[in-house]
Write a protein that binds this ligand. Structure first.
Ligand SMILES: Nc1ncnc2c1ncn2[C@@H]1O[C@H](COP(=O)(O)OP(=O)(O)OP(=O)(O)O)[C@@H](O)[C@H]1O
Ligand SMILES: [Mg+2]
Length: 261
């Protein structure tokens, strides 16, 4: 893992060989709102990037464009050198390379935990059912909810459901995992059990983009912090540098609010 943040100048040149996700000059509007403005962001294989910024700055939209839950107006986004196609089976397959975990766990309510983790493997990856079962069990064990496999999502705590959602995303063998405020909907005592799973993934070398207000996680797990405001990347830096010495007034203002509330 590179761990070293790529400088802006280096990003403008040809993508480095180990860049896994590359956004170049990405623009997106919602009507008159220019929600993503000339976004250039390259994420190296194995890198953990934490995205922070005020509400409405475009963090979720940024995540959603990476696996094409949102289209873009101009620019390019590649994952492992490939642009996501706009539709069809190819999109489903390439989208599965990008695991996504949302604030609301989005599990299938009428399927058991085990079925939730098997489904994508069977439908999208065409894994045979014995292998899908084996993998689902081992992933559920890994995130600490193996004993809940036969329950339905509503029978689990929020923290358990979110760990199932992580297992479900991992079951597709994603190249990169996107987390959009994965702990924001959780009661405080459940936040750490989810963050610990994410910490472990980061240690194992998973490439991750994490939108979060958990600054402890950012400090300990991130290789780079990206600060967004008003649809732009205003600042990016290693966490210790960003938190101790933010350069922009926007970032200083934002940090003073979240660190002293
Ligand atoms: N589908 C949509 N249609 C129209 N406007 C939208 C849509 N989705 C988001 N927006 C607007 O785009 C802007 C950026 O939204 P986004 O959800 O990306 O922000 P965010 O940084 O994730 O905010 P938060 O911290 O509150 O989650 C906001 O002004 C939002 O109202
Ligand atoms: Mg958001």
């Amino acid at each position: 893992m590179s761990g070293v943040s790529v400088t802006k100048d280096a990003q403008d040149a040809a993508p480095a060989a180990d860049d896994l996700v590359v956004l170049s000059n990405v623009n997106k509007h919602f009507g008159a709102l220019h929600v993503l403005q000339d976004i250039d962001l390259s994420i190296a294989r194995g890198e953990v990037v934490v995205v922070i910024g005020p509400s409405g700055s475009g963090k979720s939209t940024l995540c959603r464009t990476i696996n094409r839950l949102e289209t873009i107006d101009s620019g390019t986004i590649t994952v492992d050198g490939k642009e996501l196609p706009s539709e069809g089976r190819e999109l489903a397959r390439l989208r599965a390379d990008v695991g996504m975990v949302f604030q609301s766990f989005n599990l299938f309510a009428h399927k058991t935990v085990l079925q939730n983790v098997m489904l994508g493997q069977l439908k999208v990856r065409k894994t045979d059912s014995a292998a899908a079962l084996e993998k689902a069990k081992s992933l559920l064990d890994r995130v600490g909810v193996g004993s809940q496999a036969d329950k339905y999502p509503a029978q689990l705590s929020g923290g358990q459901q979110q760990r199932v959602a992580i297992a479900r995303a991992l079951a597709m063998d994603p190249k990169v995992m996107l987390f959009d405020e994965p702990t924001s909907a959780l009661d405080p005592e459940m936040i750490n059990e989810v963050l610990e799973v994410m910490q472990q993934l980061a240690r194992e070398g998973m490439t991750m983009v994490v939108v979060t207000h958990e600054m402890g996680f950012a400090r300990s797990a991130a290789n780079r912090v990206v600060f967004m405001a008003d649809g732009k990347i205003v600042e990016e830096a290693a966490p210790e540098q960003f938190f101790s010495n933010p350069r922009s007034d926007r970032a200083k203002d934002f940090l003073s609010k979240i660190l002293h509330h």
